[in-house]
Design a protein around this ligand. Structure first.
Ligand SMILES: Nc1ncnc2c1ncn2[C@@H]1O[C@H](COP(=O)(O)OP(=O)(O)OP(=O)(O)O)[C@@H](O)[C@H]1O
Length: 541
């Protein structure tokens, strides 16, 4: 047998292999070789327990004297008939009990059923004599399989016998190390497979996302707004729709750039074809490139299959590029080629493909300033700004506010399963006074929030609006202007609207003293109370 120094060296080498080798079979191969060198065994094998826990399968086999003898009967049943452990098998015994089996001569021993090995020997002409089985148990004491060592040579001249007692512990600890490495390698392999599955899933999801974008073509949403500035912008969009040019939509956030892009698509000849929108600020460069232009299989890790881009999906239709000012320069060049030549190249491809796509781009950034800073291509800007459409912010068209409120509340009421939501005059007034830094989107959000806060048939009042809105005080004397709700209501409604505001102002002045307010308003207290009920005017809570 080996001297202690050689044993130590073998163990060090094995530990290094165990720590670095991640492939299960290579790792087990190293374990068997190392164990054989350590014990001077002619052969060695590893049998691994399958996931059902019912069978041990031969995974690795080595035999320096008879390579054909390396393969053991491939599968050993863990259970015998009646579902008891098959303890007559030396491998199962070791795997189940965690003990080493150490037989000096297989042909002298009768306690284990080794008939399969006899048959194997008879078939291969090899003679198995000493036979050692060590359990491969991981740290939690779970059996992973067994390590076999065959024909241990006790002397340099080849005398064969049982493993010396002193070596049993070495082999046991050796097997325990191997089991831990084996468990790690399995986890590693499972992780790799999970990552592969995830990559595949991601690719599927990306395709699905694209498909949904195609399906969610254009909604039939109305474009609400009758103010002259808004109508002028809409008229420009209508003209742009009939020309085969790119359109650049300019406007603050929430002004309705996407609504306009959809309208341009709907107004034009491409109406029945896909409308696809992509926000250029939403994705990192490589992902955006692959999303827009597609990729070939293997173009990057995770590109497990060919994928079409949004430009392909939008073929014959419209591609809306929101926040174009945030598009990386390399992709701007690709958009320029699409505009100039009508062709695109997928990531990882050498060929150009022809596509017929109308580009509508939008931004709220100052593109000339970006050009000066070197982050936006001037040539692309000139290409896109053939047809610029400026969408005015809501504060420049307050006369559109009542119509928009009405539009959103009617739509929200439908989703709440009710016919409508009513507003108190002071709530309407506060909504009409607000300057809406978030434009139409902000107005829509305020309406949605208010609809959630009202109880039953209650009207939307100041308390249902965001605090900063209800804090906007109405002026003492309300002068009708062309920019308030009243301008778009009937005369009767307008008069009621102002009546409510004047009453509320007087009440505020008098600290909500109804008698005093009635006096100032020169009406009876009873009449005041009636009006308070009619207009749902209440002191702030
Ligand atoms: N004129 C309009 N009529 C009806 N709804 C509108 C109108 N303008 C905007 N909206 C609604 O307001 C919300 C914001 O509009 P949209 O997304 O088109 O704005 P945007 O300018 O593209 O915003 P961003 O700059 O943040 O991308 C959407 O829910 C949209 O339906």
């Amino acid at each position: 047998m080996q001297d202690p120094l050689a044993v130590a060296e073998e163990l060090i080498e094995l530990t290094t292999t165990l720590a670095t080798e991640r492939r299960l079979e290579a790792l087990l191969g190293a374990v068997v070789s190392s164990a054989r060198r350590l014990t001077r065994a002619e052969g060695g094998r590893v049998l691994v327990l399958d996931r059902t826990g019912r069978h041990l399968h031969g995974l690795i086999g080595q035999n320096e004297c008879a390579p054909e003898a390396a393969a053991f009967p491939d599968t050993v049943s863990v259970y015998s008939e009646g579902n008891a452990f098959n303890m007559r098998d030396a491998n199962v015994f070791s795997a189940v009990t965690g003990q080493i089996v150490n037989l000096a001569d297989l042909y002298d021993y009768t306690n284990f059923d080794v008939s399969a090995l006899y048959a194997h020997d008879a078939r291969t002409g090899y003679r198995t004599r000493s036979f050692v089985v060590a359990p491969l148990w991981n740290v939690e004491g779970v059996t992973l399989g067994v390590l076999q060592l065959i024909n241990i040579r006790l002397t340099p001249d080849g005398e064969i016998g049982a493993l010396p007692k002193a070596f049993e512990r070495i082999v046991a600890s050796f097997a325990a190390h191997a089991a831990v490495a084996m468990a790690n390698a399995r986890l590693f392999e499972e992780n790799r497979q999970l990552i592969r599955q995830l990559d595949r899933k991601n690719a599927d999801l990306a395709q699905e996302n694209t498909r949904l974008k195609v399906m969610a073509t254009v909604s039939d949403d109305q474009v609400v707004g009758e103010s002259p500035v808004f109508q002028a912008a809409l008229d420009l969009a209508r003209r742009a729709a009939s020309a085969p040019v790119a359109v650049l939509l300019l406007g603050e956030t929430g002004t309705g750039k996407e609504v306009f892009a959809q309208a341009i698509h709907r107004f034009g000849k491409r109406r029945g074809r896909p409308f696809i929108a992509q926000n250029c600020a939403a994705l990192p460069e490589t992902l955006l490139e692959s999303e827009l232009f597609g990729h070939r299989k293997g173009a990057f890790s995770g590109a497990v299959a060919d994928k079409k881009g949004l430009v392909h999906e939008a073929d014959g239709g419209t591609l809306f590029l929101d926040e174009i000012g945030d598009m990386p320069l390399a992709l701007q060049a690709k958009i320029l080629r699409l505009l100039e030549e009508g062709s695109v190249r997928r990531l990882g491809d050498t060929k150009l493909e022809k596509v017929d796509v109308r580009i509508v781009a939008a931004t709220n950034a100052d593109l000339p300033q970006k050009i000066a800073q070197g982050s936006f291509r001037e040539d692309l800007y000139y290409r896109l700004s053939v047809f610029p459409v400026q969408i005015p912010p809501l504060r420049q068209r307050p006369s559109d506010i009542p119509k928009l409120i009405d539009f959103f509340l009617t739509r929200i009421a439908k989703t709440h399963g009710r016919s409508s939501f009513a507003l108190t005059p002071r709530a309407l007034d506060a909504l009409c006074r607000w300057r809406y830094p978030g434009n139409v989107r902000e107005l829509k959000n305020i309406a949605e929030r208010a609809a959630l806060l009202v109880d039953g048939d209650e009207r939307i009042d100041l308390k249902h609006l965001p605090a900063n809105l209800s804090a906007t005080q109405a002026p003492d004397i309300v002068v009708p202007s062309s920019t308030t709700a009243a301008n778009h209501a009937s005369l009767r409604a307008a008069v009621r609207h102002y009546e409510a505001i004047v009453i509320e102002n007087r009440l505020r002045e008098t600290g909500w003293n109804q008698s005093r307010a009635a006096e100032l308003l020169q009406i009876s207290r009873r009449s005041l109370v009636e009006k308070l009920q009619r207009y749902a005017i209440r002191p702030p809570s």
